[in-house]
Ligand binder design. Structure first.
Ligand code: MG
Length: 183
């Protein structure tokens, strides 16, 4: 089992759409960024890449690359899913938190979870998205920006072979000679 964490912040500004989890949410301000600035999906991608030791989204999707200007972060998430698939990792679960003073996000969370599940080909029950405020404190409280955090667990299809190796070690623990040889 491998664990990854992700964290991201984007600045709120006028004249931009507010897109979180692939959902366009009515708001007077949106998030500023090179892509669609979907801070939730960015945190989730960093968690997934971190768990797989594949770096971060800045490495895979540099903001100097015109190919990613205005791109939907769901497309980037799909690419990350492909990278994990190549490495034979399975996503066990994702838990994420959006930190925003406004707007109220509860009505949109089911759709965010569905978008993430569809893109990663996972069950809804493996994905949890939460939203909280920071009680008016700090940059999220002042509505200067929105932050997101994410944690995920990956397993590998090769983990079965590690179980066999562990049982071999356990099996030899009663024999000092074998223990020395195998450990
Ligand atoms: Mg970002």
């Amino acid at each position: 089992m491998r664990v990854g964490t992700g964290y991201d912040v984007h600045r709120l500004t006028e004249g931009r759409d507010l897109i979180l989890g692939g959902v366009n949410i009515p708001c007077t301000k949106g998030l500023l960024g090179h892509s669609d600035a979907d801070v939730l999906l960015h945190a989730i991608m960093d968690a997934l890449l971190g768990a797989a030791a594949l770096g971060d989204i800045g490495k895979h999707f540099p903001d100097t690359d015109e190919a990613y200007r205005g791109i939907s972060s769901l497309k980037l998430l799909e690419h990350v899913a492909g990278l994990l698939e190549e490495k034979k990792y399975l996503i066990e679960n994702i838990d994420a938190t959006i930190i925003a003073q406004k707007p109220k996000l509860r009505p949109y969370i089911d759709q965010m979870e569905q978008n993430i599940a569809d893109t990663l080909r996972m069950d809804r029950g493996q994905i949890n998205v939460k939203a909280t405020t920071e009680e008016g404190l700090g940059f999220t409280g002042a509505m200067e920006g929105i932050a997101a955090q994410a944690v995920c667990c990956l397993s590998s299809i090769y983990e079965g072979s590690f179980v066999v190796a562990d049982s071999m070690r356990t099996g030899c623990s009663s024999c000092e000679g074998c223990k020395k040889t195998l450990l």
